[in-house]
Each structure stands twice: as C-alpha cells, then as structure tokens.
Design a binder for this molecule. Structure first.
Ligand SMILES: [Fe+2]
Length: 385
C-alpha cells in the first residue's frame, strides 16, 4: 500500500510495554510483515494472544475440477449463468488457474458468521454487484459496485452484504502481493502526476471498536487446494490499534483516470495493479484515439508469452460480439486474437466508449476448469469465420 496508516491505540515506541487499562495485563503486539522483514509491514496490538487455536480440522477437498484435456482455444463463458450460490466463502467458482493465480466468480446469496483467511494467496475482489462491508482486524472497508478490494495474504476477514438480491464478485487469488506499479510512483513512493489515480482515491480501513469477546470462532483457512477449519477462543478482530503499510484497501474502477492517444494505445495504459506473475487493467469510459484515420478497435495481435482474460462489467464492449455483463473471455498465449468480423469497421469514427471491464494478463498459461464447460459460449471459438 502506498502510504502509512494508523488506527486506534498504539504505544509511543514499538516493542515496548503496552498495558491494558488495568495497568497489569499487556496488549499483545504482532508484526505482520512481507518478504521476510524486507517488505511492507504493520504492527498490530491484540487483546489476546493471536496464536491461540482450540482445534484444527481439515475440510474434505471438493471434487477435482481440473480439465486437463481442455483444448488450446479461445473461450467465452457466461459466469452470471452459473447456478452455484452460497455465502462469501462457499459460493466461489474457479474458472481459470495456473500455479500463480486463480480466477473465480461468486454469487453471494447468504450471510455467514464464519471468518475466512487465505493463508497462501493475496486476494483481489472486484465488486460487480452488491454492497456491504469488508471486516478485518484492521477495521472496516465499506464497499459498493465497482470497488476493487485488495486483501493482503493471510488477512482474516468477513464480507457482510447489505442484501442478497444480486451480489456478484470477481475474485483473483495471487501467490504474490497486488501492488501499485513502480512507474506510477516517484522515488519517494508518492504517486506521480501521470498515474491514473492518486492517494486520495485509495480507501484504507476505517476504525472499528475492538471485539474483546471470547468463545468459539470459526475461521476457514485456505492453503492452496487444502482447506482447514480453525476454532479460535477469541474474536479474530480483537485489535485495539495498529499502524503500518500492510492493510486491505479499496479502489473503485470509476475513479480510474484513463489515458487516450492519437492512435490505439495497448493495454499497459490501462494498468491498475501488478503482481510478480500477472497484471490487472481497468477499462473505463473514455474518448477514442484522435488521429483523423485512427481505428479505435484493437489490431490483431499475438501474445507469445501471456494469456489475456477479460471480465466484462457494463457498457458495450467495442471489440467483442456476444459478450454480456459477467462474461469472461480467455485468449491463450501463442494464438493471435483481435476483433470479430465487422467490429473493426464499426469502430471507425466512433468518438468514445462507455465500457467497463477488468483485464487480467498472466505470464504463465491458464488452464480452464470444468466449470467453464457449464456456462460456455460454444460458438465463440469459431466466431471469426
Ligand atoms: Fe489483446
């Protein structure tokens, strides 16, 4: 996260005594750090020992949904058509994965008092539809449509929705952190003027009074393909204060300031977040290229070393036929891709687009899962004929 943040009560000097109001018992300090001790970190002050666990039980794995025979082809599928529903943990449907990331959508139709911790992946959650709050030990992050929640690896959290009418999330798990691209920042870490956003567009957690209650609290802990049920004796959000650079934050896609060129500019101008193994771009309403003969639709191109995934949010996506809200297209590396017949011509002299979409470009090949078959647009692969 690009700036220092502090909430609640913390001691004047770190790693020193910090007594509760009784003057005898200590708050417990926990350093949450990344890249060993060399990356960003926060110091958290707990009411109770953060290490206390009453019991641990492995939850039997779900049936294997890998699809090793999936053809190397263009895929388009309708994630809104999935019939899988549930709470913010069990409604997740994974469609594409590689050793570094997993691309998931979720229709959240139920509340849950469980807590969730992805012990081995950071999470990006795009709120397509729905509103509510992200609760963590760092505080409260209210969210609504278009919000992008960046949740550091191993953060214990809950998602509480305002209602259960049409909640829809795009979730991307990453084995490395989601970060602001370095070229958007100056040597002091501040966002440069040419960046598509600035510090005031990022929403850090808001203060939440600590939960100091004891009892039995269930945390579902995911570790890659294994899932565990941890029962802990103290409320996971029993935190009196914290400070540092490592915390969940929110950025809304509608706050992304797009760049426009004289001729077509490629996806890196839409870059929002990076990891070590893929990038996330934000496509938002913008004016098209202003050369008198410009073709706004993208040219055909071959990514020789990356896969390209688009999640369609709203508006008319100018280069693709047949896509709907909640569609995902996957164009694997090693194959050319581009606009369907008629789309290039139709884009000429068009002045602007109203589209919203999230793009994920991965540096390792993605494999579709069997869930893709359930909601597949069977005609897409031949739609350039
Ligand atoms: Fe592309």
């Amino acid at each position: 996260m690009p700036f220092y943040h502090k909430l609640g009560e913390i001691p004047r000097v770190k790693h020193t005594t910090f007594f509760k109001p009784d003057g005898k018992s200590l708050y417990r300090e926990e350093l949450v750090s990344s890249k060993g001790f060399s990356g960003i970190y926060s110091n958290i002050y707990h009411h109770h020992l953060p290490t206390a666990v009453k019991s641990v039980k492995e939850i039997p794995a779900k049936p294997d949904t890998n699809w090793p025979e999936a053809p190397l082809l263009y895929f388009h599928f309708f994630t809104d058509d999935s019939t899988v529903e549930g709470n913010f943990i069990d409604s997740r449907v994974a469609y594409l994965n590689n050793p570094h990331c997993e691309i998931i959508t979720a229709k959240v139709t139920k509340d849950s008092d469980k807590f969730y911790r992805n012990a081995q992946a950071a999470e990006y959650i795009f709120v397509h539809r729905g509103s509510g709050v992200l609760l963590t030990q760092f505080g409260i992050n209210p969210f609504g449509p278009g919000d992008q929640l960046i949740i550091p690896r191993a953060t214990t959290y809950q998602l509480k929705f305002d209602n259960f009418e049409s909640n829809k999330l795009l979730i991307i798990e990453s084995d490395t952190a989601f970060e602001i691209p370095n070229h958007y920042k100056n040597e002091y870490g501040q966002m440069e003027e040419h960046a598509p956003y600035c510090e005031r567009d990022f929403r850090p957690p808001e203060y939440c009074a600590p939960h100091s209650d004891s009892g039995e609290f269930q945390i579902i802990v995911k570790a890659k393909n294994r899932v565990f049920d941890h029962i802990v004796p103290h409320h996971p959000f029993g935190v009196v204060g914290w400070d540092g650079y490592l915390y969940p934050y929110v950025f809304n896609i509608k706050d992304y300031h797009p760049k426009v060129g004289r001729i077509h500019l490629p996806p890196p101008v839409h870059l929002a977040f990076k990891t070590s193994h893929f990038i996330i771009c934000n496509f938002v309403p913008r004016l098209f290229d202003f050369h008198e003969s410009a073709i706004p639709a993208p040219y055909f191109h071959s990514n020789i070393d990356s896969d390209e995934v688009l999640y369609y949010v709203e508006g008319d996506f100018m280069s693709r036929k047949g896509v709907k809200e909640g569609s995902i297209t996957h164009h694997p590396g090693g194959m050319p891709h581009g606009p369907q017949p008629g789309k290039t011509e139709a884009s000429i002299n068009v002045k602007k687009t109203e589209e919203y979409a999230v793009m994920i470009d991965t540096y390792s090949p993605l494999l579709p899962t069997l869930h893709v078959k359930d909601v597949l647009d069977k005609d897409y692969a031949q739609s350039w004929l």
